[in-house]
Design a protein around this ligand. Structure first.
Ligand SMILES: [Fe+2]
Ligand SMILES: [Fe+2]
Length: 184
């Protein structure tokens, strides 16, 4: 508890300072390290999905999200700098599991089929939803910690994750699911 000088109004700050709650700051930085691992992992994993996919719309959607993902990595590096922390990745077991599941779907489906494409979309959307949950939570936490600049950077990535997810849904609904339903 902070001492309050008698006779003066306590100053209420609307934005908590970044020095508030070291434990919460640490939790936040840990979340950034987790995403740093996840995004770097995706830079290596997405090319596998691109070569496994068939529908041109799906291939180009993943290709353009791969480019965005590389930007996500550099935004996180920018955040580490703002936080005065070294860019250290902390292994994200969740992302490892989700991408393994995607690779499993590719192994279990026939090359060149719409069924495989549907599987790739399902797996990719799980990746996007994990990212949306992580970035969404960290945007909120950054604001709580008064890290306005950091929150703004995270929000840019969050918007791109959401639009990648929407794009994948549209591709599934408009063409690939129907095609796959007609496959033997
Ligand atoms: Fe990302
Ligand atoms: Fe993403």
């Amino acid at each position: 508890m902070k001492k309050q000088e008698s006779g003066t109004e306590p100053k209420l700050s609307t934005k908590p300072s970044t020095t508030s709650s070291p434990a919460l700051n640490e939790l936040f930085t840990d979340g950034i390290r987790d995403l740093y691992w996840a995004e770097n992992h995706l830079v290596k994993n997405l090319p596998k999905m691109i070569s496994a996919a068939t529908a041109p719309a799906l291939v180009s959607a993943i290709e353009s999200h791969l480019e965005e993902t590389k930007v996500h990595v550099s935004r996180l590096e920018q955040i580490f700098e703002l936080l005065g922390e070294k860019a250290i990745a902390k292994k994200c077991d969740a992302m490892e599991g989700i991408t393994k599941e995607g690779e499993g779907i590719v192994e279990e489906t026939e090359p060149g089929t719409a069924t495989r494409d549907v599987g790739i979309i399902l797996a990719s959307q799980k990746v996007e939803h994990y990212e949306i949950a992580s970035y969404g939570g960290l945007v909120q936490l950054a604001s709580t910690l008064g890290l306005t600049d950091v929150a703004a950077i995270l929000e840019k990535t969050l918007a791109e994750e959401k639009s990648a997810d929407t794009k994948l849904s549209a591709i599934a609904e408009k063409e690939i699911n129907y095609k796959a339903a007609e496959e033997a």
